[in-house]
Design a protein around this ligand. Structure first.
Ligand code: SF4
Length: 476
């Protein structure tokens, strides 16, 4: 029996159980994790569960973990302490999934210190959650469902979307790059791309349900189908379009061009690309596809060629800056956002100055900054030249100050201009204020009404603030 049909039988079995069915899913990671959580919620709701934010009332509590950053571990252990008392009070099932569960030392720690956890599963066995849950309920035994090999791509898992306007669509899993600080290739396995017809059909369905913005997800989106190609697989896919025509998809660029044609989808974003794979055909596809936002997330990680080499990033400072120039020359008004790690082992003051230099030159719209934290099992964890914590924090503060100065300066350029804003909903703090995002992902707040939610509106920017812009809709 196919995996997904087998899980349907478990979903039906759980549905028929006469038990209380409330669930909570806590996501502790990146957007890929959030996308996985939507699928865990989907499987639970198909099984008859309804969502509750109140952990004390949940009969199933699922933690979907991430192992990329250290504080995710601290958060998990803190929360496990909290839910232990709910387990004692009402016997709820506690499950932990996500990539942290692929780390052997984590499993060991759970066995030793948190023996009340009922189900442990990994990203490669997510689709088997109904089976694991049914066994935990019926057999009252601990389930450990971890696969050490690369999981297959399973289509057709029920999904409950968190948002009604914007949706993420995973296009590939895993990573082949082995950046020396990163645990992802060890826990998510090698790159596997989804069939473009499945991606296309999923997005058509989202468009029919009123979704306006799609974010394509993957650890390395611009190497979509590259791994398959290198293994000699036939990647010349023929995708049947909604207009009845057949389109060829054999790369990330051709996928972008195809998704750009989907009626109803108005914005396309993607994260994260790798600078080394940012080929000309991808740049041209972004340029030619009017729905693809002209804000490119281009992870820098460090501006120092020496540090980049130690990170195994496979580009130099100059190559990165040349790529930025090339993109700017081909795509008018393009903007950039990035990720930067401060305090990587061996980073000297001169290396850090190189990072500041790139930041000053590129003038990013947004920077996601991280202080380097050691991840067990990575190459960088074994490096002897770890940077002193105090120095890491000093550098972080310096980078933050520079980034904020640039953002403040750039925000001023928005004032007086009209930005197209996708209205996402009401502000949480003021009933009359609505909020949305510009193409460059800036938060824009304005006075509006309920009917505007889900629409792209031209808003005149009247003032700027560090973390948002204030807009005005002239037709009001
Ligand atoms: S590209 Fe590097 S940082 Fe990104 S997931 Fe792969 S190994 Fe990690």
């Amino acid at each position: 029996m196919k995996q997904i049909q087998m899980q349907d039988t478990y979903i039906n079995k759980i549905k028929n159980l006469d038990i209380k069915k409330k669930y909570s899913v806590l996501t502790m990671g990146c957007q890929l994790n959030e996308n996985d959580s939507e699928r865990i919620s989907g499987m639970l709701e198909e099984s008859g569960y309804t969502k509750t934010e109140d952990l004390a009332k949940a009969n199933v509590i699922v933690f979907n973990t991430c192992c990329v950053r250290e504080n995710a571990e601290d958060r998990l252990f803190g929360k496990l302490g909290e839910v232990k008392k709910y387990k004692e009070e009402n016997g709820c099932i506690i499950a932990i999934g996500g990539c942290m569960m692929q780390e052997k030392h984590m499993i060991q720690k759970l066995h030793e210190s948190y023996p009340f956890v009922d189900i442990i599963f990994g990203p490669h066995t997510l689709q088997k959650f109904p089976e694991d849950l049914y066994k935990a309920i019926m057999e009252n035994k601990k389930i450990e469902d971890i696969l050490d090999i690369d999981g297959e791509i399973v289509e057709g898992i029920p999904t409950v979307r968190e948002d009604k306007i914007k949706a993420s669509v995973t296009i590939m899993n895993g990573c082949n790059n082995f950046c020396s600080y990163c645990i992802v290739p060890y826990v998510r396995g090698r790159e596997r791309s989804r069939n473009p017809q499945d991606i296309y059909d999923e997005i058509i369905d989202l468009a029919k349900r009123g979704y306006k913005e799609i974010t394509l997800l993957g650890q390395n989106v611009n190497s979509y189908l590259v791994s398959e190609k290198s293994k000699g697989e036939n990647v010349d896919f023929s995708v049947k379009g909604q207009d009845g025509l057949v389109y060829k998809v054999n790369s990330f660029a051709t996928l972008l061009r195809l998704i750009n044609k989907i009626d109803g989808i108005e914005r396309i974003r993607f994260i994260s690309p790798h600078p080394k794979d940012f080929t000309d055909d991808v740049i041209e596809a972004i340029r030619d596809s009017e729905k693809v936002c002209k804000l490119i997330h281009l992870p820098l990680q460090s501006g120092s060629t020496e540090v980049l080499k130690a990170m195994n990033r496979k580009y130099t400072k100059e190559q990165y800056l040349n790529l930025v120039e090339k993109i700017k020359n081909k795509i008018s008004n393009v903007q950039f956002s990035t990720d930067i790690i401060v305090g990587f082992p061996g980073e000297t003051e001169k290396d850090f100055e190189d990072t500041l230099d790139v930041v000053s030159k590129v003038k990013y719209e947004q920077i996601y900054m991280f202080i380097y934290s050691r991840r067990v099992g990575t190459v960088a964890d074994k490096m002897e030249n770890q940077v002193d914590e105090k120095i890491k924090h000093q550098r972080f503060d310096k980078l933050k100050k520079l980034a904020e100065n640039i953002i403040e300066e750039k925000n001023k350029n928005y004032v007086g201009k009209t930005e197209l804003v996708l209205v996402e909903g009401k502000s949480k703090t003021n009933e009359k204020v609505y909020t949305g995002r510009s193409e460059t992902n800036k938060v824009v707040n304005f006075e509006g009404n309920e009917n505007m939610i889900g629409k792209i509106l031209p808003l005149k920017i009247v003032s700027e603030h560090m973390w948002y812009l204030k807009g005005k809709y002239d037709n009001m």
